[in-house]
Design a protein around this ligand. Structure first.
Ligand code: NAP
Length: 306
């Protein structure tokens, strides 16, 4: 048991917040946890499943007296939520967010945070295609990376405490600058999601291949796209609207590579294709060696709560 904060307030009670709650419970990381979600339905579900020690009917009540406030809502809602809670934040408290984009969050949330409160943007690089209060589980962050993106002039002690908090939830931490964060995430997360959405959309549009065939033979590769493409539409709409520059830049690079492969196929350049696929295979092996995935044929699905 290693308590890092006394009272923690979770604003938004979806996959990430609920996983944080169960991980806090598991490790005794917080003295008490209050929570707030905008809809009554989500608050009722949270109360029913014991998510949070107290579920409040207003964000104001949830953050009052909190030592740590976690903004766990879609990126597009962060600024509005920050403005609403700002007057009720305790002096000396820390606010973190868990948004998938950092430039937009720093710009939208930062100006609302009072001088007396620390703001440390964070991003857990862990998730599933599920959302809502019932989708969380305590091990989501275990051995996964959480990126810590402190703004210039952030209080070093507050940043270290945020790191200690994420480590207590099971994560490894790495610090990154805002712009670099958004570029890295465009490569490892945002563009792969866009490609998955596109591929599933293409299959849906085809008339020469029936829906039944797509579903029946999906284990040939399509299935893994569909898992990613089932991710929350609100969250991903906001990611692309707020990480425009980096995703457009990476999409340009992706399109160039795709054209190169298209050309290799048309001209029958087997060597080019073979060399390309050999390079990409090495990246997959690197991920497995780093403990960031399993080499089980079904990606270890049976073992994880996904
Ligand atoms: P989620 O399961 O969809 O939950 C979102 C929560 O935010 C819900 O409690 C929802 O309340 C609330 N919310 C939605 N719109 C809101 C608004 N306009 N104002 C106030 N509250 C609002 O989402 P999540 O997957 O936990 O994602 C939360 C954050 O974590 C996002 O910023 C996302 O980018 C980031 N993130 C997600 C993942 C992932 O894989 N899912 C990974 C890393 C980071 P109601 O239920 O009442 O609607």
């Amino acid at each position: 048991m290693s308590q890092v904060y006394g009272k923690v307030a979770l604003i938004g009670l979806g996959l990430i917040a609920s996983s944080m709650f169960w991980a806090m419970k598991r490790g005794g990381v917080a003295g008490e946890v209050s929570g707030y979600a905008r809809s009554e339905a989500t608050r009722d579900t949270a109360r029913r499943i014991g998510l949070c020690d107290t579920v409040c009917d207003s964000a104001e009540a949830a953050v009052t007296g909190a030592d740590l406030v976690v903004l766990a809502v879609p990126v597009g809602a962060m600024g509005t939520v920050a403005a609403a809670i700002a007057p009720y934040l305790k002096p000396g408290a820390t606010v973190i967010d868990v948004g998938s984009v950092k430039g937009a969050v720093v710009a939208e949330v930062g100006p609302h945070i009072p001088e007396t409160v620390h703001f440390v943007p964070t991003h857990p690089m862990a998730g599933t295609e599920h959302s809502g209060p019932e989708s969380g589980f305590a091990t989501l962050f275990d051995n996964r990376w959480t990126l810590i993106v402190p703004p210039e002039g952030a209080d070093p002690a507050a940043v270290e405490r945020v790191e200690a908090y994420w480590q207590a939830l099971g994560a490894n931490c790495e610090r990154m600058e805002v712009e670099h964060h958004d570029l890295v995430c465009a490569v490892v997360s945002h563009i792969p999601h866009l490609i998955a959405y596109t591929m599933v959309g293409v299959a849906d549009d085809l008339s020469r291949v029936s829906d039944q065939e797509v579903i029946k033979f999906s284990a040939a590769g399509f299935r893994d796209f569909t898992r990613i493409a089932a991710s929350d539409p609100t969250m991903w709409r906001d990611v692309f609207l707020t990480n425009k520059a980096a995703t457009l830049e990476m999409l340009g690079r992706f399109t160039e590579e795709l054209f190169a492969l298209q050309r290799a196929i048309r001209t029958g350049d087997g060597e080019e294709l073979f060399d390309y696929f050999t390079r990409t295979r090495a990246i997959r092996r690197g991920i497995i060696q780093a403990g960031q995935d399993t080499d089980a044929p079904d990606f270890g699905r049976g073992k994880r709560h996904e």
